[in-house]
Write a protein that binds this ligand. Structure first.
Ligand code: ZN
Length: 262
């Protein structure tokens, strides 16, 4: 998830784990707080707000629809090897379902495990993270709840907010954001879910990992009532970014076409 401009500065650190870490550590430790580790929850977005109280028939229909959605979310989640570890300082504001428009795919640019990547994010003071990290074996670590903003996409290039039809509406606390003298648009984080794949450019993506990304996208789609948003990769938001790597191009086309890698 690094950008090209800071690649050299990050080289040493990247040997351990990199992920979304943009260079230019702001100094100071982040005072690593104890993580909150949660058991599986299959809640999904509360869809009860679809019910207005205009008659019994509507209320029953809405109730049935909500129950079906909850079942779909639970079923999709049950297919994942998913654990959750949350730190408050990696969460940057609320992102209700109305603000979910994109799923942004990234590579970590390091072979370290998801646990190592999260430890790096939490420890480096940049307050950067993605919602999910997918290991090569298909196991998944969730680092930020889906209804919270994570800083995974950073600055976008070329009138990025306008290109993607999003605005900066103040929900993002912007804590840890590094200044840019080149880019002006920082909206994507507040409108997206970020998924990191443990991957270094030039490697193949293991089938187990790709299958897990398929299932994760299905889970996100279920969570948002069937549509988790448009799938892009990081370099679509920011031209020149290194991820996803070129060997992912065919998979990305498939994800954009039908939401699975094959
Ligand atoms: Zn990235």
């Amino acid at each position: 998830m690094r950008n090209a401009r800071t690649a050299l500065a990050l080289t040493v650190v990247l040997a351990v784990a990199s992920g979304c870490a943009r260079g230019g550590a702001q100094g100071g430790s982040s005072g690593s707080a104890a993580p909150v580790i949660r058991e599986a929850s299959a809640g999904g977005v509360g869809s009860a707000d679809g019910a207005d109280s205009s008659g019994d028939a509507d209320a029953v229909a809405a109730h049935d629809a909500a129950a079906t959605d909850a079942d779909a979310v639970a079923e999709a989640r049950a297919k994942l090897m998913l654990t959750e570890t949350y730190y408050d300082d990696l969460q940057h504001g609320d992102k209700g379902a109305a603000y979910q428009k994109y799923i942004v795919l990234h590579d970590t640019e390091g072979d370290g495990s998801a646990d190592g990547v999260l430890a790096y994010w939490e420890g480096n003071g940049n307050l950067v993270a993605a919602h999910f990290i997918v290991n090569k074996d298909g196991s998944i670590l969730q680092c930020v709840p889906m209804d919270r903003i994570a800083h995974h996409a950073g600055w976008g290039s070329g009138n990025a907010n306008e290109r993607f039809g999003i605005t900066e509406d103040g929900r993002d606390d912007l804590l840890g954001r590094q200044p840019s003298d080149v880019y002006t648009d920082y909206g994507m984080n507040a409108w997206s879910i970020g998924i990191e794949m443990v991957h270094v450019g030039g490697e193949t993506y293991p089938e187990a990992q790709l299958d897990a990304v398929d299932d994760l996208i299905a889970y996100i789609d279920a969570y948002y009532g069937g549509d988790g948003g448009t799938i892009i990769d990081h370099k679509m938001w920011r031209a020149g970014n290194s991820d996803t790597n070129p060997e992912f191009a065919g998979y990305l086309a498939n994800y954009q076409d039908h939401r699975t890698h094959d």
